[in-house]
Ligand binder design. Structure first.
Ligand SMILES: *Cc1c(COP(=O)(O)O)cnc(C)c1O
Length: 395
């Protein structure tokens, strides 16, 4: 069985490009050119140089000794929190802005939920001198003020999405609409492994640097280039896709995904798509989707804004359906406990999203010599207000 995308843009039963006719020229231009652009040695050299000197790669693979002792396994943290802008998202935005340049585009549009992808996009637009418009739900603009300020400081225009629930789903719709209306000069930088083909594959390729580095680093540290487990949190699924990519066809590596179960999978306040979702189409691809009987999207809930998405990328839907990936639903409470543990045992404050992946240790029951790599997708600075409120750090 293949876990890579096929010619039509499918992962098993999921993927494809379900787009309005008006979007076809943009998506087709990208689809017909992205592989050649990425394969070009000049592109590769420019991408690698920016990852090294602008993003700060390779990120370390850190042996977490005290977590290892507690869970009786060899636990490594892949430090994506040390990337410029504080998370893995910039790996993708650096790649896509170089693609945009080669497509002759000089304007960028993007969507953002919590603001992390918006900041990563505004960052590379400033770097390249490109105009940047970021759509963000009106409610998220209020909830995520520091990231709105960052985007504006970087010179981006932040536009409020006022339709629907005024959150990420609606911002994505409005960014796509903007793209339809500006097909010639604008590239749409999507922030996860979602959207119409070729986006899920293109974003996965740009994030695959994570597992490429894990291979090399494990070879140096452990004398073998694969772990027994790779764990990552899944919102849309880009950091997980990057951490899994070079192990997809490695049967000795178990692929473990942590979804946000919110207040509990069956509480009505959850974002655990593989548990609650059914096959459906959202934002241009077929995947698992939280929806009502008649196909209306159900509003997701998670303490973590980055996991608060009603779908998952088609690669992950396929990993779930085929049994290649194992999915855990992690509650808000479990994530908070894991965030404290990582902070106080390792001196690393993780993002709330990442804390969902760290909470899997409790459930995994790895054996003492087994190697567990967790993708530490981002740092927790942006979440300090939530930590402060929920953990009563003032008392
Ligand atoms: C955005 C974000 C996520 C979720 O997005 P994916 O596409 O699922 O990776 C996870 N962790 C951090 C730190 C994020 O900023």
């Amino acid at each position: 069985m293949s876990f890579q995308v096929d010619e039509q843009g499918y992962y098993g039963n999921f993927g494809g490009a379900f787009i309005p006719e008006m979007l076809y020229p943009n998506v087709e231009e990208l689809r017909s050119r992205y592989l050649d652009i990425i394969a070009d040695p000049v592109f590769q050299a420019e991408y690698d140089a920016l990852l090294k000197d602008f993003v700060g790669r390779p990120t370390p693979l850190f042996k977490a000794e005290r977590l290892s002792a507690k869970y009786n396994a060899k636990i490594y943290l892949k430090r994506e929190d040390l990337c410029h802008t504080g998370a893995h998202k910039v790996n993708n935005t650096v790649g896509q802005i170089l693609v945009a340049k080669r497509l002759g585009k000089n304007k960028i549009v993007a969507e953002t939920g919590a603001g992390q992808h918006g900041v990563a996009t505004a960052t590379v637009c400033a770097l390249m001198g490109m105009e940047c418009i970021v759509y963000m739900g009106a409610i998220d603009i209020e909830r995520q003020a520091p990231n709105v300020a960052r985007m504006r400081m970087l010179g981006a225009q932040v536009v409020a999405a006022k339709s629907g629930s005024q959150t990420l789903k609606d911002a994505t719709n409005e960014a796509m609409r903007h793209w339809i209306n500006h097909p010639v000069d604008t590239h749409y930088i999507i922030g996860s492994v979602v959207g119409p083909h070729p986006y899920p594959d293109m974003v996965a390729r740009f994030q695959s640097i994570i597992s490429a580095e894990i291979r090399t680093q494990l070879q140096e540290k452990e004398g073998r280039d694969y772990p027994d487990y790779v764990i990552a949190c899944v919102g849309g699924g880009s950091n997980a896709a990057g951490a899994f990519y070079h192990f997809l066809d490695e049967p000795r590596t178990a692929l473990i995904a942590a979804e946000a179960a919110g207040k509990g999978v069956n509480s009505g306040h959850s974002a655990a798509t593989t548990f609650l979702g059914k096959s459906g189409v959202l934002h241009g691809s077929k995947s698992l989707l939280m929806q009502t009987e008649d196909g209306q999207v159900i509003e997701p809930y998670s303490i973590s804004a980055g996991l608060d998405y009603p779908g998952i990328g088609p690669m992950h839907a396929h990993l779930f359906e085929s049994g290649r990936g194992k999915f855990y639903g992690i509650t808000d409470e479990e994530a908070l406990v894991a965030a404290v543990e990582c902070s106080q045992l390792e001196g690393i404050i993780p993002a709330l999203e990442t804390a969902h992946a760290l909470a899997v240790f409790e459930k995994l029951q790895a054996k003492p010599n087994e190697i567990v790599v967790v993708n530490l997708s981002g740092r927790g600075d942006k979440d300090l207000a939530t930590y402060q409120n929920r953990l009563k750090l003032n008392d």
